[in-house]
Write a protein that binds this ligand. Structure first.
Ligand SMILES: Nc1ncnc2c1ncn2[C@@H]1O[C@H](COP(=O)(O)OP(=O)(O)O)[C@@H](O)[C@H]1O
Ligand SMILES: [Mg+2]
Length: 147
């Protein structure tokens, strides 16, 4: 997948591992990435983050859980250290909290759920965006990748 392209697809849950492999290839190609994952509660952000982390090399037996209550989980991958953030519980103008969270280590990749809470935080300046939307079919989502 080349860069600076938008791609919109309608996908089922079962399509996600293959799709995540494609997205992961595009993320790795940038050398370093910050991926904003946008969509309503239940749209599938954490599910896709899990598929992406596994595509980046997190072993299949390591579960990817929502970091809602910890804000951040770190994963060692062959690509490098990848942070998975969920900023849902931040107030909305909490860029400083994000900067503090990100300051302690250097990450090769960052996957952010609810980036809307801290859009101006320099440490999560986006390189790619995935937007997930519900469709009229409960088993399908519209997934748009920009990067
Ligand atoms: N593409 C998809 N098609 C159908 N169901 C999906 C899809 N992606 C995720 N789901 C389901 O929807 C739910 C999404 O939950 P989750 O990933 O926690 O959402 P979010 O992190 O956006 O709040 C999960 O039960 C998952 O199995
Ligand atoms: Mg989530």
């Amino acid at each position: 997948m080349s860069t600076n392209k938008a791609l919109k697809l309608r996908v089922k849950r079962a399509d996600l591992p293959a799709l995540a492999n494609q997205f992961a290839e595009a993320l790795r190609a940038r050398g370093q990435f910050v991926l904003w994952l946008q969509g309503e509660l239940g749209a599938g952000k954490t599910t896709l983050a899990g598929e992406l982390l596994h595509a980046l090399g997190v072993p299949p037996n390591v579960p990817v859980l929502s970091p809602t209550f910890t804000f951040m989980t770190e994963y060692e991958t062959p690509f490098g250290l990848v942070a998975h953030l969920d900023l849902y519980r931040l107030g909305g103008d909490d860029d400083d909290a994000v900067e503090a969270l990100m300051a302690h280590r250097k990450f090769a990749g960052v996957i952010v759920e609810w980036p809307e809470r801290a859009t101006e935080a320099p440490s999560i300046k986006k390189t790619h965006t995935i937007r997930i939307d519900f469709t009229d079919d409960i088993d399908e989502r519209d997934v748009e990748f920009v990067g």
